[in-house]
Design a protein around this ligand. Structure first.
Ligand SMILES: Cc1cc2nc3c(=O)[nH]c(=O)nc-3n(C[C@H](O)[C@H](O)[C@H](O)COP(=O)(O)OP(=O)(O)OC[C@H]3O[C@@H](n4cnc5c(N)ncnc54)[C@H](O)[C@@H]3O)c2cc1C
Length: 503
């Protein structure tokens, strides 16, 4: 019988492992942290109240995955309507920001300038088309310079830590909703008219369903792990186990090397997710145990793609190593606040342009009714950062106070109500789609075709900016592939990277 080692006990790895285990395969999951779930975890603070890695509600884009989640959390997985806002130029709007909202914030004079920009840009595109290389090129050609300077440029630079001129055009194409300039201008002019006549503009928000287990997002991962263990006495789901190398015989997988490592929680830091291959930080440093080995003939990788290339060592080409070094992740610090009031925000999450954090969320509003005591609430502040910068190195209490003060200014809480501040950190928060990253990805996709028993998927493992449902879908797809007996060439040889769910 085959033995599959799954690297990483996040939701993707656990979905893959539970599907293989259900089909009678032997499975060992190796997770570096002292807990399961990866980014989709819920960690207890001082009083047992649960803190997620930012808001983690389950979306319902794939029926197979939704059915799986519902079956796993059959004791409670209520649906809620999405209710997310954005604060833009001093006012709250529905998220994502739409043309009409931008129009509401513009004076007719600015609207005319935006339209002229857009008109000249459309003309230039027809007379002298140029290749769209960066996210800046894409947004400016689609919406004009005025809209870009007003919102998309500054916000993207804040979240991603680099100007949109350095991010790939494909990033903007996939992540930025297209805004019709004509609608912006018409509704702005209509706003001037509405002021004079007293009529009002109505806008119906997009309704999307979200699901959240009352005890926290991490429940799904815990239960997937229970299924793997229950399927056979030989299956294992191990925590505190950092994978440090992959052994091959030619291109054939023969084993995985690992070291036992301590938990990454210290003081108010509940965890630091890392792959162990980063050069800038190592949460385990000298505390790694002796290297040990497990024999296996298949690997499902969900650790970051550049880390996988490091784990393969000399088995990969110098070109693949160079390509892996080109890829980078934006790090993440989540500041969690336990606040002495039962309810704080008018939405599930709110995006901000001018605060230390990019997004603020209240877990209870997603459905986390059992996440903390009824007279308290949990607020989560997402801050994107780089490893070892000011935010990454800041003390949890200091960050908690800064966030609480900014929340007091917005009227959401009082600083005196702050009962606990924690941080959750990850070296891999968001895969960054820099200009030229497609070339690096192409090189890696070709290289990985060489290893028949090794598949990689998930948000980090495939370097795709996906949510939990898609990460789980990737896990199930990897299990389906391994159980099918097909070759990689047959299964994904003709599938372009954009459409791939594993490599
Ligand atoms: C701030 C934020 C908010 C989000 N909100 C939502 C949301 O509301 N809804 C939603 O659906 N999705 C959301 N997501 C996305 C979601 O978190 C991910 O899509 C999903 O959790 C990815 O799962 P994964 O298993 O692919 O990766 P991960 O969760 O990153 O799991 C990878 C695992 O591999 C382990 N690992 C790494 N290296 C090694 C090694 N060498 N040895 C052993 N183990 C290793 C890690 O410790 C980790 O547990 C959000 C993400 C972020 C950052």
């Amino acid at each position: 019988m085959s033995h599959t080692v799954v690297i990483g006990g996040g939701i993707c790895g656990l979905a893959a492992g539970s599907s293989l285990a259900a089909q009678g395969e032997q499975v060992t999951v190796l997770e570096a942290q002292h807990f399961l779930g990866g980014l989709a975890t819920t960690l207890p603070g001082k009083t047992g109240a649960g803190f997620d890695f930012g808001p983690h509600a389950y979306h319902a884009r794939n029926q197979r995955v939704l059915d799986l989640f519902k079956e796993i959390a059959s004791d409670g997985f209520p649906a809620k309507k999405k209710n997310v806002s954005i604060k833009f130029r001093g006012k709250y709007y529905k998220y994502p920001l739409e043309a009409l909202d931008i129009a509401k914030s513009m004076s007719p004079v600015v609207a005319v300038r935006a339209f002229l920009d857009f008109f000249l840009e459309s003309l230039r595109r027809k007379l002298r088309p140029r290749p769209l290389v960066s996210a800046e090129d894409w947004v400016v050609q689609a919406m004009g310079r005025t809209l870009y300077d007003m919102f998309f440029g500054p916000y993207t630079a804040k979240v991603w830590g680099m100007p949109p001129s350095q991010l790939a055009a494909s990033f903007a194409q996939h992540r930025i909703p297209h805004i019709s300039l004509m609608k912006v201008v018409l509704s702005s002019l209509r706003k001037g008219y509405a002021k004079r006549t007293g009529t009002e503009h109505r806008y119906a928000p997009l309704v999307i369903e979200l699901f959240y287990p009352p005890k926290g997002a991490g429940l799904i991962s815990e239960r997937l792990a229970e299924r793997i263990r229950a399927a056979s006495g030989t299956n294992q789901v191990r925590t505190n186990t950092l994978v440090t190398g992959i052994d091959l015989d030619g291109d054939r997988v023969v084993g995985v090397r690992y070291r036992m490592v301590p938990a990454t929680d210290r003081g108010g830091q509940l965890c630091m997710l890392a792959s162990g291959t980063e050069t800038a930080v190592d949460p385990w440093s000298a505390d790694r145990g002796a290297e040990q080995r497990i024999t296996c003939d298949r690997i499902v990788n969900t650790a970051p793609l550049p880390a996988l290339i490091d784990l393969l060592g000399d088995a990969v080409s110098p070109e693949a190593k160079a390509a892996a070094r080109y890829l980078r992740f934006r790090a993440l610090t989540i500041v969690g606040l336990r606040v002495k009031r039962p309810h704080a925000l008018p939405a599930q999450s709110i995006y901000f342009q001018d605060k230390t954090f990019n997004r603020l969320s209240e877990t209870r509003n997603y459905g986390g009714s059992e996440i903390c005591a009824p007279d308290e609430t949990i607020l989560l502040c997402d801050i994107t950062c780089d490893v070892n910068d000011r935010i990454w190195n800041a003390d949890p209490d200091e960050l908690g106070k800064i966030c609480a003060q900014e929340l007091e200014q917005e009227g959401f809480m009082k600083v005196s109500e702050l009962a606990e501040s924690v941080v959750l950190r990850s070296t891999f928060g968001y895969p960054v789609y820099m200009v030229g990253y497609e070339r690096a990805i192409d090189t890696l996709m070709v290289e990985l075709m060489r290893f028949p028993g090794l598949v990689t998927g998930g948000r980090q493992g495939l370097y795709k900016y996906v949510d939990m449902d898609i990460a789980s879908e990737m896990g199930l797809a990897m299990a389906d592939f391994l159980a099918s007996g097909r070759t990689k060439q047959e299964a994904i040889g003709a599938v372009p990277y954009e459409d791939r769910v594993f490599a």
